[in-house]
Design a protein around this ligand. Structure first.
Ligand SMILES: [Zn+2]
Length: 193
């Protein structure tokens, strides 16, 4: 018990220290850090897309505050702003798109509640394993880009990693691919409705 706690403290300390080293390194090597981030984002587009999606859903307040803070500056020099803030521009754009498609906090809450009611604990509907805090993401059974909607029935909870793995496929497409990967056996894994 005590060892476990010590290990946890050590890990936490290390994480804080590491974060600080990283921050200092990034300050000293600004150009290189920007370049590294850019390259990573380019190679992990799907990750960025899903991260943005979830950031947008769970940080509505922050995004709104940020938008208000920079509204003036943005109006003054909109194009330059967009160029210098591609991430926020994207988030803001997607935010607007999502809002017009009627995704409300109430719907999100219902999706979480329904998932817990169905499985007993927050569970990834793709791999059927429990989802720990911070690993959850909102998943579209049929992606928006394939004509899916933000209706409650089209939404469920999945691990961020499973969400990434599914990508822009529908649940059916994903599950067929998974079954084929497992050598064609389908032991009741097909829970699509
Ligand atoms: Zn999962």
């Amino acid at each position: 018990m005590q060892i476990k706690e010590q290990a946890r403290n050590y890990k936490q300390e290390w994480r804080i220290k590491n974060k600080e080293y990283d921050r200092i390194w990034r300050l000293k090597n600004r150009e290189k850090a920007i370049e590294l981030t850019k390259t990573w984002k380019k190679n992990n587009k799907e990750h960025v897309r899903i991260y943005n999606k979830n950031y947008r859903i769970f940080h509505k307040k922050e995004i709104k505050a940020w938008e208000e803070k920079y509204r003036e500056q943005r109006n003054k020099n909109s194009l330059k702003w967009q160029k210098n803030n591609p991430f926020y521009f994207k988030v803001q754009n997607q935010n607007r798109r999502m809002l017009t498609r009627d995704l409300t906090i109430k719907t999100i809450q219902q999706v979480y509640e329904e998932n817990i009611r169905r499985y007993g604990t927050l569970t990834c509907y793709l791999c059927l394993k429990p989802v720990e805090f911070g690993q959850d993401s909102l998943e579209h059974r049929i992606p928006l880009c394939k004509g899916g909607t933000n209706a409650r029935k089209n939404l469920d909870i999945a691990h961020l990693s499973c969400n990434l793995q599914k990508g822009k496929r529908t649940v059916d497409e994903y599950q067929i691919a998974q079954t084929e990967k497992q050598g064609g056996t389908n032991d009741g894994a097909n829970n699509a409705d």
